[in-house]
Design a protein around this ligand. Structure first.
Ligand SMILES: Nc1ncnc2c1ncn2[C@@H]1O[C@H](COP(=O)(O)OP(=O)(O)OP(=O)(O)O)[C@@H](O)[C@H]1O
Length: 596
């Protein structure tokens, strides 16, 4: 999936990629038995269908002609019975296939979901969420059509076509050849129509995907849209995208609509030719009237699979593009993975070391951290300060292995974090950022996310520690109060208190608070700081805060500038030094004073 926004069309493939076809087919291998069953049932259906015109010929030429009504009744009963059997087989076949195709799709969707969850931040940073969603939902659904069509129609159609051609040739070569006269012209026109239509349908998909991406982006940023009163502006963008999408739909429809009339015309003209030529053959005694009636039945059976096959070809190309996009995502390896034979990080104490750490987000991009060195002892509280864009968040992103160092090493309790499993590393860390995300569900469930087997007492204990208990108890349903996705329904400060309780419940040995308390008012923050003080005991913690008043009590303050640590010390030491920290503090103090 290419990196883009709702303004750009995704690149789509034009030809059939057989590797993709094989990869798709491999999903059927656990269902071999079901596929064999379906094929057998389909053969029965095809056999009965092919038999019908022949039975009609028998009825006309043998029984009606000789006025043998008893024979006719027997033949009728046999034909009806055979068709009932075919109907039952057909129904059973559809049931089996529905089960198989849904099983396959469930597996693909699950694999895709699991895989995307493991992908690195950079994947999500570079792709609109709306487009990712259309992969998981839209593209997987389009595969359903492909699976159903290929197993339900493709094989029976091919078998039907071959059998019908053989029967027609066996019945009368001249009449058969006459039936095929229109075929080359039709195949060429179908091919032309399908090629144009396919391109247009692809265009429509691109436009629809852009529209999805825009809707998602707009709704995610709805607060910004409304606060700037930009509804009219976004409605216009929506209207433009929607109009383009409808336009591309209509343009594709226009071409596709030519398809059926063409087939029906060929079918009709073909049948007229057969009757005209057939009557001549009857007159010279070369065929019987029964032969002609049977032939007209076979001609329908001849055109139908041709039409289905060309439809299938079209759908194959269109839907394969969906499959390709799915596999393209599945083939993206996460940037951050466990090394070969990783160790499981044992329960840690919390010592952290950065050794000559250099880092760039992009290979050719700017160096964001330059040979950073520091050691943090177990239980120390470190504050990272510095102007915006200095590299503070990047430092903690490296510690949590959301990104890997470009050079140098990060050690936790002496273990190089690249040598241990990501799960054993991150499960011992608690990370809280400013954009607190709460899931839909009760407050209790949200706190329990930190420790899935936590008891109610533990949950309440954690909430009390961060002073969240008071406000939660005042809510109508207390801890069972429902919060909506992202925490709507709670104030920003309340959301952060819940998130703090969640993080503390996880009992991490290393705690990272990245602007985590920025939305808590000074009074609440004071309480939280009290609670945190108790809980930070015995934990190594990194606090990033622009509000310098919040980090005064830190054991050590590291001032970051341009990817380097330029000052280190306690608040008082740094203030006395009158260096960068002093300047930052004074600037903030002046700003607050002027603002007041
Ligand atoms: N995902 C990313 N891809 C590319 N560059 C990034 C990415 N994240 C951050 N950067 C760049 O890295 C530099 C350091 O960013 P970082 O987020 O570490 O700064 P910060 O000190 O935490 O800033 P702030 O106080 O504003 O949060 C910035 O120049 C930023 O533009």
């Amino acid at each position: 999936m290419s990196r883009n926004t709702f303004r750009e069309d995704e690149k789509l493939k034009e030809s059939i990629n057989f590797k993709v076809v094989l990869r798709l087919l491999s999903y059927l291998s656990p269902h071999k038995l079901a596929v064999i069953k379906t094929m057998t049932l389909m053969m029965v259906v095809v056999l009965v269908e092919v038999m019908n015109p022949f039975l009609l010929k028998l009825a006309i030429d043998f029984f009606i002609e000789r006025s043998n009504s008893i024979g006719l009744v027997y033949l009728g009963v046999a034909a009806v019975s055979a068709n009932i059997v075919a109907m039952v087989c057909s129904r059973y076949r559809v049931q089996i296939m529905a089960k198989v195709s849904n099983g396959v799709l469930k597996k693909i969707r699950q694999q895709l979901f699991n895989h995307i969850q493991r992908l690195s931040f950079s994947f999500f940073d570079n792709r609109p969420l709306g487009k990712i969603l259309s992969r998981i939902i839209g593209d997987v659904n389009s595969l359903k059509q492909l699976f159903n069509q290929s197993i339900n129609n493709l094989i029976p159609d091919i078998i039907m076509l071959i059998v019908v051609i053989i029967i027609m040739l066996a019945m009368n070569i001249k009449l058969a050849v006459m039936s095929f006269v229109l075929l080359p012209a039709l195949v060429i026109s179908m091919f032309v129509i399908q090629t144009i239509a396919r391109k247009r349908w692809q265009k429509y998909r691109q436009k629809r995907s852009n529209l999805n991406a825009f809707i998602h982006e707009d709704y995610s940023g709805i607060r910004v849209v409304q606060s700037f009163a930009r509804e009219r502006h976004t409605s216009k963008t929506f209207d433009d995208l929607s109009r383009t999408s409808v336009k591309s739909f209509l343009s594709a429809m226009k071409v596709s609509a030519c398809f059926w009339p063409l087939v029906e015309l060929s079918w009709g003209v073909g049948t007229i030719i057969i009757f005209w030529y057939g009557i001549n053959l009857i007159n010279v005694g070369e065929i019987t009237p029964g032969d002609l009636v049977a032939f007209s039945g076979y001609i329908g059976m001849f055109w139908r699979p041709i039409n289905n096959l060309s439809n299938f070809y079209n759908s194959l190309i269109t839907n394969l593009a969906g499959a390709e996009r799915i596999f393209e995502i599945m083939d993206i390896s996460p940037d951050i993975v466990d090394c070969q034979n990783p160790k499981v990080l044992p329960p840690i104490k919390g010592k952290v070391e950065f050794k000559d750490v250099t880092f760039k987000y992009d290979k050719d991009g700017e160096t964001v951290l330059k040979k950073v060195n520091f050691t943090v002892d177990t239980g120390e509280t470190i504050a990272l300060v510095g102007r915006t864009g200095a590299g503070k968040t990047t430092i903690v992103n490296l510690l949590t292995r959301f990104f890997d160092t470009s050079e140098g090493r990060v050690l936790v309790d002496g273990y190089d974090i690249k040598g241990v499993t990501i799960e054993s590393l991150r499960s011992q860390m608690g990370i809280m950022t400013q954009d607190t995300f709460l899931f839909s569900g009760s407050i209790k469930e949200n706190i329990r996310y930190g420790k899935l087997d936590a008891t109610d007492e533990e949950i309440i204990g954690a909430a009390k520690s961060v002073h969240a208990h008071d406000f939660i108890s005042k809510l109508k349903d207390g801890y069972d109060t429902d919060v909506h996705e992202r925490g709507a329904g709670l104030s920003m400060g309340q959301r952060q208190l819940v998130a703090l309780a969640r993080t503390l419940l996880a009992d991490p040995k290393i705690l990272i608070l990245d602007e985590a308390t920025s939305s808590i008012d000074t009074y609440t923050e004071k309480m939280v700081q009290e609670g945190l003080k108790k809980l930070l005991k015995g934990r190594t913690s990194f606090i990033i805060a622009h509000r310098l008043s919040t980090i005064r009590g830190a054991d050590r303050i590291m001032v970051i500038d341009d990817g380097q640590i330029i000052e280190t010390g306690k608040h008082n030491e740094l203030m006395e030094k009158r260096g960068n920290y002093f300047k930052l503090t004074m600037a903030q103090y002046k700003f607050l004073k002027d603002g007041a």
